[in-house]
Design a protein around this ligand. Structure first.
Ligand code: GCO
Length: 488
């Protein structure tokens, strides 16, 4: 089932080719890609039968996004996808990770498919395949059909069942074209930013609902994996994209180490427990006992979530530095996910987040590539034999075209270079990493930040929809073409 060739040649600097910088070489067949997601780039919000998702509703609610911006038009990729694929081809990308908008292909979240919605993704996949670019499809990148939220959303069990039906429907339509399938993108954000702190859609702030959502996302992953295995050819590869926390205690004190343990449980083990090991960890259940007895978990649920995986996908941007809050003081909520009076960490209210010293990106996120090495080695140990992918990594920078219309983004190049070196270090340590997907191909709708944060290697002028590859795009194209990286 190896779509991407196995990694063999991961180590050792290659002969210096005219540069004093040490070079590292990635194996032949390593997938060099870029990522996007449906609501962030497509636009075409009410075309061809698409109905609102929770992100349409949320972004149209006053006060929810910066300057009230929405994904109504975004990068207009729904109409410009052919040009966008041509651009990827010019950049020499080997793979492209995109997500399917559920409400575009199954407008009410249940029942029959919308053929025109499916046709869009079939055409996109054809265009990619025609350009020799591997399509990597994510089923859920946060845009739940609004009708399903109206029926209770992820805190309700039925949403997981609906997701499995949707997965089967997309598999039937695209299984002949797409080999690499990811069930969920960052379920932590769906559960805890969507239902905990409320900075993401649907904007609810209910600790119990957030924990129920996390469980139903685990169940949804399991049910959808089963549906996909039934519908897809046997060489299809199934994975899930997680955003595990590289969490560090601020000091070595037992209290700070306990704070780190709590965040690790809520950020990472709440998903890896069921998905990789078939159980919720006892400490997580104990930490959250004041909120729920977890009686919404039914017999067989965690076994269902524990499905064989052909890949674990890691999204990584920055680590978390935490400490315990002493006494009655309020915990600082600065955890990089947007301002809210409500915590996205139910059961860890006495944990404070700290800004590490050093360089930060435009998101205020500290640059620390070591966290990526750490997480890849962790998964290598926790899930031996399962190939690893980095499905998101990148930086927001204040990019603007210069007088000649060129966009220089040396900070992004430095960020990606240092993180690729970190990936290579993990590979030297034994991690079986098969691919890297930069976030993002295009500047796009950055959720509650609207269009104020630019993550793309391609600049988008949102007024004219003009695309301009930044210097990072040319640099990345070179890395993808040669498989070599000069370390700074
Ligand atoms: C994510 C998100 C992306 C964000 C990116 C930058 O999965 O976290 O997929 O949609 O745009 O992470 O915040």
């Amino acid at each position: 089932m190896a779509l991407s060739p196995t990694t063999s040649d991961t180590t050792g600097p290659s002969p210096a080719s005219g540069s004093a910088r040490p070079r590292v070489r990635f194996p032949a067949g390593f997938l060099w890609g870029a990522s996007t997601s449906s609501y962030q780039i497509e636009g075409g919000a009410d075309e061809d039968g698409r109905t609102p998702s929770i992100w349409d509703t949320f972004s149209h609610t006053p006060g929810r996004t910066e300057r009230g911006e929405t994904g109504d038009v975004a990068c207009d990729h729904y109409h410009r996808y052919r040009d966008d694929v041509a651009l990827m081809s010019e950049l020499g990308l080997g793979a492209y990770r995109f997500s399917v908008s559920w409400s575009r292909v199954q407008p009410t979240g249940r029942g029959p498919a919308a053929q025109r919605g499916l046709d869009f993704y079939r055409s996109l996949a054809d265009e990619l395949l025609g350009a020799g670019i591997t399509p990597v499809l994510t089923l859920y990148h946060w845009d739940l059909p609004q009708e399903l939220e109206d029926a209770g959303g992820w805190p309700e069990r039925d949403t997981a069942l609906r997701f499995a039906d949707y997965a089967g429907l997309v598999a039937d339509a695209l299984g002949d074209r797409v080999k690499m399938w990811t069930t969920l993108n960052e379920p932590w954000c769906s559960a805890f930013l969507g239902y905990g702190s409320g900075v993401h859609a649907p904007g609810r702030t209910e600790p119990l609902a957030a924990l129920r959502a996390a469980h139903h996302l685990n169940l949804a992953h399991g049910l959808a994996s089963t549906a996909l295995r039934e519908a897809l050819p046997s060489d299809a590869q199934l994975s899930v994209s997680l955003n595990p926390a590289a969490v560090r205690p601020r000091s070595d004190s037992p209290a700070d180490r306990d704070a780190a343990r709590r965040i690790d449980a809520l950020a990472t083990r709440i998903f890896t427990g069921p998905m990789l090991h078939g159980a919720y960890d006892e400490d997580l259940l104990a930490d959250t006992a004041g909120i729920t007895d977890w009686s919404f978990v039914r017999d067989g649920d965690v076994a269902c979530a524990h499905q064989p995986l052909d890949g674990i996908c890691v999204n990584y941007y920055t680590p978390s530095v935490v400490s315990a809050v002493a006494g009655e003081r309020e915990a600082e909520r600065r955890d990089g996910h947007g301002a809210s009076d409500h915590s996205p960490w139910p059961g860890a209210d006495r944990v404070a987040f700290h800004q590490p010293p050093g360089v930060t990106t435009e998101m205020g996120w500290s640059v620390d590539p070591g966290g990526l090495t750490e997480l890849l080695l962790r998964f290598h140990q926790e899930a031996p034999g399962v190939p690893l992918y980095i499905t998101e990594n990148g930086a927001a920078c204040a990019d603007e075209p210069d007088g000649e219309g060129r966009v220089h983004d040396p900070e992004r190049i430095a960020y990606v270079r240092s993180h690729l070196a970190a990936v290579h270090r993990a590979m030297e340590g034994g991690a079986d990493v098969r691919g890297y997907f930069l976030w993002s191909l295009l500047d796009n709708f950055e959720w509650s930040y609207g269009y104020s944060k630019r993550f793309g290697i391609v600049h988008v002028d949102f007024a004219s929809q003009r695309r301009t590859p930044k210097s990072s795009a040319h640099w990345y194209a070179d890395v993808a073409r040669t498989g070599e990286l000069a370390e700074s």
